[in-house]
Ligand binder design. Structure first.
Ligand code: ATP
Length: 348
């Protein structure tokens, strides 16, 4: 059942199509991320849902009602911006009470709701402080509390962790996820950070150049990207231009014959293997041979760059002790057919 629906939603500025005919259905209680590179139209899409940007065409439906022409403040949505936009001259409690006051909620009820919402984000003890007296993470929680206090049907988050450092960002992601599960509020978040999208979302909406490229659960999308863009934006991937004459035949990559369990695809395509799916093996078992030109230690894994006749291949292995090869070593590379994904070649 769809709770929030975007139907053919587009936004054009003079000569620029920021968002092109996007269709998306979000279920009640779902956490969906709009993910993509800078300029792909994520923020414009979110702003249209918020009501700050008027679509050039298309409709937005909330719980079955068309809200495309409804003013932002009458949509009753909770919004958190990257900058938080807290009122500096108001205490934490007053910041959180602001939306309730706007809605005309009576003082007694307002106090109760402010207290419960602040408890929800673990800020009960800081109700009397001013924003300048808070850490970045605490400010972010105030912004969340302010958005949630009005009990919105949908929570909109625009790069909500953008101002936090990497470690705090990770902590807040886990916290936000738990909070969203507890409250059950339908949430749409804009991010350009694939790890953040995967950590938080039930489904990821991958955008590129104003259009939706792929929608899916994080694991699904990582395992089965539908093209070069999806495979390289969500994680790392080795992508080779390939060709197959008939269904079920081996795939031809620059004269090398490689296996894939995607048996149906034929013609020109791309052959995709994730770095962590590639094993270093003895020559007899190798699909491809090469020489390690660089080996980098990255804490939880090793990255090997291997020069092969097909170009540089990246291989990553979990750090389970000593690495399997050194710079300069000749190595054999192998992977299983299930780990080789075939997708249509972009632009073909
Ligand atoms: P970022 O991650 O950098 O914020 P984004 O994916 O959110 O990027 P948008 O801000 O939605 O991208 O912009 C999409 C496209 O629309 C860009 O090419 C941008 O330059 C253009 N655009 C956005 N707002 C306007 C505007 N008010 N006038 C003209 N062009 C605009």
């Amino acid at each position: 059942m769809s709770f929030l629906e975007l139907k053919g939603l587009s936004k054009r500025y003079d000569g620029v199509t920021a968002v092109a005919a996007c269709d998306l259905s979000v279920a009640k209680g779902e956490f969906v991320s709009l993910l993509g590179p800078s300029g792909c139209g994520k923020t414009t899409t979110l702003q249209m849902v918020a009501g700050f940007v008027q679509p050039s065409s298309g409709r937005i439906l909330l719980d079955g009602k068309d809200i495309t022409e409804v003013k932002p403040n009458q949509r009753g949505l909770g919004i958190v911006f990257q900058s938080y936009a807290l009122f500096p001259h108001m205490t934490v409690a007053d910041n959180v009470a602001f939306g309730l006051e706007m809605q005309g909620v009576a003082a007694g009820e307002r106090r109760k709701r402010v207290a419960t919402t602040l408890e929800l984000v673990h800020l009960g003890a800081l109700a009397g402080r001013y924003p300048r007296e808070l850490s970045g993470g605490q400010r972010q929680r105030v912004a969340l509390a302010r958005a949630l206090a009005i009990q919105p049907p949908v929570l909109l988050l625009d790069e909500p962790m953008g101002a936090l450092d990497a470690k705090l960002r990770e902590e807040m992601q886990i916290e936000l996820r738990a909070l969203q599960h507890r409250v059950g509020v339908t949430t749409i978040m804009v991010t350009h950070d694939q790890a953040e999208a995967m950590t938080l979302s039930d489904r990821v909406v991958l955008m590129n150049k104003g259009s939706i490229e792929q929608v899916g659960r994080p694991f699904e999308m990582y395992e089965r990207p539908n093209g070069r863009f999806a495979s390289t934006f969500l994680g790392k991937a080795n992508v080779f231009e390939a060709h197959r004459a008939a269904p079920g035949a081996l795939v031809e990559v620059q004269g090398h014959r490689l296996p894939s369990s995607d048996t149906h695809c034929t013609g020109v395509m791309e052959y995709i293997v994730r770095p962590e799916k590639i094993a270093l093996v003895p020559d007899a078992q190798a699909l491809l041979r090469g020489r390690v030109n660089a080996r980098v230690f990255l804490g939880n894994h090793w990255l090997f760059q291997v020069d092969t006749p097909l170009g540089v291949v990246q291989v990553t292995h979990a750090n389970n002790g000593l690495p399997q090869a050194a710079e300069g070593d000749e190595v054999g590379l192998a992977w299983s057919p299930e780990d080789a994904r075939l997708v249509p070649r972009e632009g073909s």
